[in-house]
Design a protein around this ligand. Structure first.
Ligand SMILES: [Zn+2]
Length: 301
């Protein structure tokens, strides 16, 4: 398949007569980098790729100054899944899974995630103080596909009629989301008309078409208006400082014990594969060099 030139991008558009807004996400290099960090079974890779595309789609209309994440926790073959899209347009993600069970479960999300699975959509924005402001919506998994689960979420939690098509292959993932414009009813038949058009879109078309082709071929009659977009890329926020924080949270004795087997403590970032090594002297220094905070006078009273 020839890939569209405008990949690793998010593009927004408006269907003015119907009162509907849309966003298309198409990821190649970004998705290949995320998928390469683990030997994911096909069904797990597909779910992860769809979640990656979805997390980017959701940043198009929400106020995201920090980051938006989609997290799945369950008792099925996929125990946990986490994807994140930042305000800067970087994406990362991973899944924890039981390979044999995932292969046996097949593509049905309910079987992959288990009976008690819950999905959370979380937006974390920088707050006025040190603590970020946090908004979280939760949805149970009662549908076979991630797209259906998200449609349910937007209908129930946000009261926003929403349609989603998500797709992921070895080499790319993509998504299209349509949503009723809050406060703009559009013409009477608008939502039905746009839904009928949406239902004709196949996954291979979403994978192969540029944004222009999508708007022309699918929404020609609706006078679709491109609203601009932005580039997306893989990015990881791990750092040596953060890993130091993890080691310090273990406590002095346990952190030192982590150095005994190999002569150094090694922490590998699960998102990007970056390895951080600390020899015993470096671990020791974490606990001895940081100044002990002076008790504030008011606490002595
Ligand atoms: Zn990393």
């Amino acid at each position: 398949m020839t890939l569209p030139a405008d990949t690793d991008r998010l593009d927004r558009f408006l269907l003015p007569h119907a009162g509907v807004r849309g966003v298309r996400v198409h990821l190649r290099d970004t998705w290949q980098r995320i998928a390469a960090s683990e030997a994911y079974p096909a069904a797990v890779a597909r779910t992860l790729g769809e979640a990656v595309a979805a997390s980017a789609l959701f940043t198009a209309h929400a106020k995201v100054d920090g980051r938006l994440s989609v997290q799945l926790r369950g008792d099925g073959p996929v125990r946990a899944l986490f994807v994140e899209c930042t305000a800067q347009g970087t994406l990362r993600g991973l899944a924890h899974f039981d390979a044999a069970a995932a292969q046996a479960a097949g593509p049905d999300l309910r079987r992959l995630a288990g009976d008690n699975a819950v999905m959370a959509i979380t937006i974390e924005n920088p707050g006025p103080g040190r603590d970020p402001t946090r908004y979280q919506g939760l949805v149970g998994i009662a549908s076979a596909s991630l797209a259906d689960a998200f449609e349910t979420y937007f209908r129930q939690s946000e009261q926003l009629p929403t349609r989603l098509l998500l797709t992921a292959t070895d080499g790319l993932c993509a998504g299209l989301m349509l949503q009723k414009l809050p406060g703009d009813p559009g013409d009477d038949d608008g939502w039905n008309r746009v839904n009928a058009l949406f239902d004709t879109l196949r996954e291979d078309e979403l994978q192969a078409w540029t944004n222009d082709q999508l708007l022309r071929r699918l929404f020609n009659e609706e006078d679709a208006q491109p609203l601009g977009g932005r580039n997306l890329a893989f990015g990881c926020s791990c750092s040596r400082e953060r890993v130091e924080g993890v080691l310090m949270s273990l406590g002095h004795a346990e952190a030192m014990a982590a150095t005994t087997e190999r002569g150094h403590a090694e922490v590998r970032c699960e998102f990007c594969g970056q390895r951080y090594a600390f020899d015993p002297a470096e671990v020791d220094a974490l606990f001895t060099s940081s100044p002990v905070p002076m008790a504030a006078p008011e606490r002595l009273q």
